[in-house]
Design a protein around this ligand. Structure first.
Ligand SMILES: NC(=O)c1ccc[n+]([C@@H]2O[C@H](COP(=O)([O-])OP(=O)(O)OC[C@H]3O[C@@H](n4cnc5c(N)ncnc54)[C@H](O)[C@@H]3O)[C@@H](O)[C@H]2O)c1
Ligand SMILES: [Zn+2]
Length: 361
């Protein structure tokens, strides 16, 4: 048997992302040494906790840690300062010391929230990420961005705090609702366009297996996606430049999420539609090779991801694009010249963008 895949994220405090089906049963062997930790706060939402916390608890105990479960509510609304405050009170009651550990078991919501608690508790304690959604395994759990939402907007409060380790058990994806899995595939497709076209080939060759959650295929998709993210994060830990490429499909996608109302599209679905828009914009600007938009639709549609049917006013989308927090002196888009390459384009013509949006109706 070959061992799990290990990918190093070479930031200042480097760590490994370990990827394979069944890893939650192998935590004692897979986790790195914790120097002085005695206690672990296991942060999770109740549904996920019921499925997986027992095995995680056993693994952490086998490494000599006392495990304290901390349950948070499920869903994006729970990614709030109020929830974090509740977590802090639990940590205070334990008490969780500076050398102790927070373990995040769940999707991107739990990972962002528990990561933020870890970044701020006692001015920073170690966090281990155990992502259980495809989106979290391929994206959210890696790279050290943590945070919570405010009523005024998503992810407005946060910190960079790299994890001690990320363990992605592909077998946990078997219990993921089909729509969540497809949304995660949308996020994975992004890596195919900006850096590694093999991701596109894999998904095009067998979309049925991908949507069915075939573990070998998902392991390969996660491995390739994480490798891209690890490389980009290591080159640009604090998002000063290159890391912007990870926003492929996201400038449009965020605007679609905001205007359609959060909850209409899953994040990965909005990104899918955003990649179709970015490809069409790229083609019209002469930045992307002809046929890129068609290829984008050909990859996404068989995965059950949206590639049209957008019912939003182009002028309203333009207004939201201008407010994007990543906009510096004008609207900035990540475009794809050819699969495997990304580039940044500033301030394309408004009429061109609105034309592209109309083409998505
Ligand atoms: N930090 C980053 O770099 C980064 C990157 C991308 C996204 N994010 C954040 O990630 C969040 C979205 O994450 P998400 O898509 O994982 O959503 P999520 O965490 O809300 O999970 C989706 C749903 O699936 C359930 N679930 C999770 N794992 C499961 C499993 N194995 N089996 C059954 N059900 C399971 C959850 O309880 C939830 O109801 C957003 O808040 C976004 O801002 C962060
Ligand atoms: Zn995303």
């Amino acid at each position: 048997m070959t061992g799990p895949v290990r990918i190093r994220v070479a930031v200042a405090a480097a760590y490994d992302v370990v990827i394979a089906p069944g890893l939650l049963d192998e935590l004692p062997a897979v986790l790195p040494p914790f120097t002085h930790a005695r206690r672990a706060a296991l942060v999770s939402a109740s549904g996920i906790s019921a499925l997986y916390a027992e095995r995680v608890t056993a693994g952490l105990r086998a490494r000599g840690l006392a495990v304290e479960p901390v349950l948070v509510p499920d869903g994006e609304e729970a990614k709030s300062l109020a929830t974090v405050a509740g977590v802090y009170h639990r940590l205070a009651a334990m008490p969780l010391g500076r050398d102790d550990l927070i373990v995040a078991l769940g999707g991107g919501v739990v990972g962002d929230l528990a990561g933020f608690a870890a970044a701020t508790w006692n001015r920073g304690v170690a966090v281990v990420q155990l992502p259980t959604t495809l989106l979290a395994q391929v994206d959210a759990a890696i790279g050290g961005k943590t945070g919570v939402n405010l009523a005024e907007g998503k992810n407005l409060v946060g910190a960079f705090h790299q994890p001690l380790a990320v363990v992605a058990d592909i077998a946990t994806l078997a219990s993921l609702p089909a729509r969540e899995l497809r949304a995660g595939l949308g996020e994975a497709v992004k890596y195919g366009f900006i850096a590694d076209p093999a991701v596109l080939d894999l998904l095009e060759r067998d979309p049925v297996a991908a949507v069915a959650g075939e573990p070998e295929l998902l392991t390969e998709v996660v491995r390739r996606g994480v490798a891209v993210k690890a490389r980009i994060v290591a080159a640009d830990e604090r998002e000063a430049g290159q890391r912007a490429l990870l926003n492929y499909g996201h400038t449009f996608g965020h605007a679609f999420e905001v205007l359609a109302g959060y909850g209409t599209y899953r994040h990965g679905e909005a990104v899918a539609l955003g990649m179709v828009a970015a490809a069409r914009l790229g083609e019209r600007l002469g930045v992307s090779e002809p046929g890129l938009a068609q290829r984008t639709v050909a990859v996404l549609a068989p995965l059950g991801l949206p590639t049209g049917g957008l019912r939003l006013d182009p002028a309203a989308v333009w207004d939201v694009l201008g407010r994007d927090k990543k906009a510096r002196g004008g609207v900035r888009f990540v475009l794809c010249p050819t699969p495997g390459q990304g580039c940044v384009v500033d301030q394309p013509d408004r009429r061109l963008v609105e034309d592209v949006l109309r083409s998505l109706a």
